[in-house]
Design a protein around this ligand. Structure first.
Ligand SMILES: Cc1ncc(COP(=O)(O)O)c(C=O)c1O
Length: 419
């Protein structure tokens, strides 16, 4: 493995080489300050390899897919379907037919809630989620609760943000039909003990939906090994483009689900009276899809595979621990979530006592440092922590120890400035 000897920390990745693949990282912000991009949990940056594949599609192959007999349409179809196969391989899905392209995690979870939920859940059936979910794994279930009368229960979080598994075992009873959990909290960075959740769900005869929006970019994901039923993620958090994501589901579930959207491409026949559905996955992909997005998603999976997910995880654990240790040394900084980087991804939520996170974010931006502030679409976590918002720095494979130093220096300036 290559190492970067120019840094005081020995990385398992050649970070400088990786950074050269991301032109945006050479940008300057606010009067020539080099960009320090620490908002990866919201959206990651895109390497030239992904940009090139998307550009090549529009330059050389652009056409609609599936219906055409002409060369461009056949080429576009092959690129789109080969992206689906790459994504299936990346997540070790048993077959690419089980991989449905969606616009992202939000649409994927909504598809399960509405297409599977309306079909299989009835009044009184229990769906268990957690207090640490992103809104996109809360609101669709609340909508379904109000429509169908399901019982929606939450596994609470403990003070360090980890899930209360004792409580979970009481909650996941035999009338539980689905347990839907995030694999990694976007607000705190905690990594969920998925196997413990899956065990409880299996014992109760419930299905498991895993929200992989935060885990897929950073942890090796083997869908078959996880032994889950549904998996959702977004390409834009894993070096791919926006507007494209994945819903993987076991074929036995997809077969029983009704399509959510009707239109072109998802039908076999249409008459004035009724319609019949195309095979899966087309049945769930009505209309012209995001072809370039799918190709970019496939290219992003290739890029991550080439770098190696284990290498990425090791790098992120090092840099996150380094950041936690440095942040802890700043008086008035409170870090949320576990302090051990083995228990979390590269997301650090923190506050500075007496200074609003929004002010922290604005001052950092004037230093070229991009972090996120707010409730991170996880308002139940903010309520549990009893804070209105947090500041959040989130790392990816291209971030460096030097950038963490810049963050902590800038935070000291913020404290001096606001007093
Ligand atoms: C854990 C988690 N789930 C779901 C989502 C929603 O993802 P998207 O906006 O790409 O649909 C996010 C986005 O931040 C997330 O972090």
């Amino acid at each position: 493995m290559a190492t970067n000897k120019s840094q005081s920390m020995t990385y398992s990745l050649d970070i400088e080489k990786i950074r050269r693949d991301f032109p945006i990282l050479r940008r300057e912000i606010s009067d020539g300050k080099p960009l320090v991009y620490l908002d990866n949990a919201a959206t990651s940056q895109t390497p030239v390899q992904v940009i090139a594949d998307i550009t090549r599609f529009y330059r050389d192959h652009n056409a609609n897919i599936h219906r055409g007999v002409h060369t461009l349409s056949i080429e576009a179809t092959e690129l789109h379907e080969s992206a689906r196969r790459k994504i299936a391989r990346f997540f070790n899905a048993p077959t690419s037919d089980e991989c449905i392209f969606t616009s992202g995690t939000t649409e994927s979870i909504n598809l399960v809630a509405h297409a599977w939920g309306r079909q299989h859940l009835k009044k009184g059936d229990r769906v268990v989620i957690t207090e640490i979910e992103h809104h996109s794994n809360i609101v669709p279930w609340q909508i379904l609760r109000d429509e169908v009368g399901i019982e929606l229960k939450y596994i609470p979080m403990l003070s360090d943000g980890t899930l209360d598994m004792d409580y979970a075992s009481d909650l996941i009873t035999t009338n539980t039909k689905l347990v839907a959990v995030t694999a990694m909290s976007n607000a705190l960075g905690n990594i969920t003990e998925i196997s413990a959740v899956v065990d409880l769900a299996k014992k109760a005869g419930a299905l498991v939906l895993l929200d992989g929006a935060q885990s897929a970019p950073h942890l090796k994901t083997d869908i078959q090994q996880l032994d889950i039923d549904f998996f959702a993620c977004s390409a834009h958090k894993m070096l791919g483009p926006t507007g494209i994501g994945l819903l993987w589901a076991k074929m036995e579930h997809l077969t029983t689900m009704k399509p959510l959207m009707g239109g072109g491409d998802m039908i076999l026949t249409v008459s004035m009276e009724n319609s019949t559905w195309a095979d899966i996955p087309a049945k769930f992909e009505a209309g012209t899809p995001n072809i370039a997005g799918a190709i970019g998603f496939g290219a992003a999976c290739d890029y991550l595979t080439n770098v190696g997910m284990e290498n990425i995880r090791n790098h992120e654990m090092q840099i996150t621990q380094y950041a936690i240790d440095k942040l802890q040394r700043i008086e008035r900084v409170r870090i949320f979530g576990p302090l051990d980087s083995k228990k979390r991804g590269g997301v650090i939520s923190f506050n500075i006592e007496g200074i609003h996170p929004h002010d922290v974010g604005q001052v950092l931006d004037s230093d070229g440092i991009a972090i996120r502030t707010g409730h991170h679409c996880a308002q139940p976590i903010m309520s549990a922590l009893n804070v209105p918002a947090t500041a959040r720095a989130s790392f990816y494979l291209y971030n460096t120890e030097k950038e963490v130093d810049k963050l902590t220096e800038a935070l000291n300036t913020v404290i001096e400035y606001f007093g």
